[in-house]
Design a protein around this ligand. Structure first.
Ligand SMILES: *Cc1c(COP(=O)(O)O)cnc(C)c1O
Length: 396
């Protein structure tokens, strides 16, 4: 074997990017600085105190009193898996409403862990219709009703209040994926009656990927404690993980110490901004972006009343080379946006306005860049995108 020459490996230099895709979003300097603080022991009293603070900040963000509110040590998908492996036992029926990639993923996990999947399919690009869920529940009593609040693959927002009521009337726990919504719009866990929710750090929290904030209501904890079978995942067994995050401080796995520093700082920034102000900022930039896109003559995928503020799916106009434009955005402007997934591949772009990335200058920059690139592809712009976006800001 050829000897390895360490000089082949250059200093790391990823360059700068404006992250306006489906995640990650841009990470504020304060969060990057926190990440670079010294790594200390995961049972050091200083770290234990920061764990407590992180939990308090997470409860504020989830708007909950739930004792079991922790960051799972892995990405958003691990939050999804943690909820399902802890709440579902072999043979349990689980209703999953599927309106995109992430609902599909939940259904996949349910089947892998031996649950019986009751799948309610909703057209991609639309919110979940509570009536369809109520209809599917007739005569059934599943263990869980699960939905994705913010379907990042399509940009559709599913309102939670009525679904929570329907789930509880059927005797089920209500499980919500709020990976993309948390930190960008309200996820009021206690008020809405959400029993289990999970998120991720790299979307509207603007922290690097690597942790999955999760919260369990007392009813979900009771389900966990009443299990007849051990949780099939050792790593994600919340019965053991909570003995580390709770008063016992019993070692389970080594916490990713520096990621907790970063998450705490990201949550501190959110608390400083204020939840209402942050949600309003996401709504305003979304309205400006959509006004600009529509002024150009582009069409949104999702009907207006069902749109997310932080993920904007726009239809690719006929005859436009979608990958070429995305590549030019990245190479010429340093802007990342997302492509369509599954049945929407080649049909939409996904423009993220998440957390730190969600600001007027980024909206204006993207609209200018996209206008130039579309024109160079021969697309005739209907009107002036920047003027339309500016008008939204001026009227705010
Ligand atoms: C990103 C995302 C996930 C998965 O999170 P990872 O951090 O990529 O594992 C799950 N659900 C939704 C809605 C997402 O947007």
């Amino acid at each position: 074997m050829k000897p390895l020459d360490p000089r082949e490996f250059l200093d790391l230099d990823p360059g700068e990017r404006l992250l306006m895709g489906p995640g990650p979003s841009n990470v504020p300097a304060r969060v990057l600085q926190a990440l670079a603080a010294p790594c200390i022991g995961h049972l050091d009293p200083v770290f234990l105190a920061v764990m407590n603070e992180t939990q308090r900040l997470l409860r504020h963000l989830f708007q909950t009193q739930n004792a079991l509110t922790i960051p799972v040590s892995a990405t958003g998908s691990a939050g999804m898996e943690a909820c399902l492996v802890n709440l579902v036992e072999p043979g349990d029926e689980v209703l999953v409403a599927v309106n995109g990639v992430f609902g599909t993923r939940m259904g996949d996990i349910v089947q892998r862990i031996g649950g019986r999947l009751l799948r309610v399919d909703v057209p991609w690009g639309r919110a979940v219709d509570p009536a369809a869920v109520a209809e599917a529940l007739r005569g059934r009593a599943p263990r869980i009703v699960a939905v994705v609040h913010a379907e990042t693959s399509t940009g559709a927002c599913t309102p939670l209040e009525e679904l929570a009521r329907i789930a509880h009337e059927a005797g089920a726990l209500f499980l919500v994926d709020c990976v993309t919504s948390l930190g960008g719009m309200e996820v009021a866990v206690d008020r809405l009656g959400i029993d289990a929710a999970y998120s991720g750090t790299q979307k509207c929290l603007s922290c690097p990927p690597g942790l999955a904030p999760l919260t369990f209501s007392p009813a979900a904890v009771a389900r966990l404690e009443a299990r007849r079978h051990p949780v099939v995942s050792w790593y994600l067994d919340l019965g053991m993980v909570r003995d580390y995050w709770g008063n016992e401080r019993k070692y389970h796995h080594t916490a990713p110490v520096n990621m907790i520093w970063a998450l705490r700082e990201a949550l501190r920034l959110i608390a400083e901004e204020g939840l209402e102000a942050r949600f309003a900022r996401h709504r305003l930039n979304h309205r400006a972006l959509v006004a600009g896109l529509e002024a150009m003559g582009l069409e949104m995928l999702v009907p207006e009343a069902e749109r997310l503020p932080m993920l904007n799916a726009v239809r690719i106009p006929e005859g436009v080379a979608e990958a070429k434009i995305r590549r030019a955005l990245l190479e010429d402007y340093g802007i990342e946006i997302g492509a369509g997934l599954g049945p929407l591949a080649g049909k939409i772009w996904r423009i993220g306005l998440m957390g730190h990335s969600c600001r007027p200058k980024n909206v204006l920059l993207l609209l200018s860049a996209l206008s130039v690139l579309l024109r160079s592809e021969g697309f005739r712009l209907r009107g002036d995108a920047l003027e339309a976006a500016r008008a939204v800001y001026a009227a705010a």
